[in-house]
Design a protein around this ligand. Structure first.
Ligand code: ZN
Length: 200
């Protein structure tokens, strides 16, 4: 095994006006970095290639600082990563979106460039009718409740009851799961049925 990647291309049927893209690929930082074996293996492999998508001449390699370097037909860019320690010890690794620098678990490939859901326009497309945009918004709003009180998802705000904190966190996770489901269903609807039903 020298590389592994995602090849569930999705084509939207009967879509003519303003073609955004015809193929999608998703990378999930939890899948890549939370399996130590995977990153260790990559780090010691000769090419350090994480994935390749011949369609865009895209090749993504792992760098020493755990960031990713992507080279494709349109140039090259880096995807930096960030570690977040979690309450139970250990840590989670997230990507930083190459465009908006926001911390993201999943990045979507748009014609060779990996972007977050927002920058890839997935949300905006859904704005009129679809659920995913609203759920994404609710996700951010729930996080804001904690932020406004000086905390975060990983850090209970001072003076907040543990049970309240847990309830807000559960809500946030719930929105995330529903949002992912909704996005996937919408993508399936636009691009045909080739996308995997669910990955996690
Ligand atoms: Zn972004």
């Amino acid at each position: 095994m020298t590389h592994w990647g995602w090849y569930w291309g999705i084509k939207r049927k009967g879509y003519k006006a303003k073609k955004l893209c015809t193929w999608f690929d998703v990378i999930d930082s939890f899948d890549i970095f939370n399996i130590r074996l995977m990153t260790d293996f990559l780090a010691h492999s000769a090419t350090r290639t994480l994935l390749e998508i011949p369609r865009y001449d895209l090749k993504v390699t792992l760098l020493d600082d755990n960031s990713l370097q992507a080279v494709y037909s349109g140039g090259s860019y880096n995807i930096s990563t960030e570690r977040k320690t979690c309450n139970f010890g250990g840590f989670y690794t997230f990507f930083r979106c190459p465009d908006c620098s926001k911390r993201m678990r999943k990045l979507y490939c748009l014609n060779g460039k990996y972007l977050c859901r927002k920058c890839a326009n997935l949300c905006y497309k859904t704005q009129r009718l679809y659920l995913s945009r609203r759920l994404y918004h609710m996700q951010t709003k729930t996080e804001d409740i904690l932020k406004n009180k000086g905390g975060s998802l990983y850090d209970k705000p001072y003076r907040m009851h543990e049970s309240t904190f847990q309830r807000i966190k559960r809500k946030r996770i719930d929105y995330e799961i529903k949002g992912e489901d909704a996005s996937r269903a919408e993508l399936r609807e636009w691009y045909g049925s080739k996308i995997e039903p669910y990955l996690d």
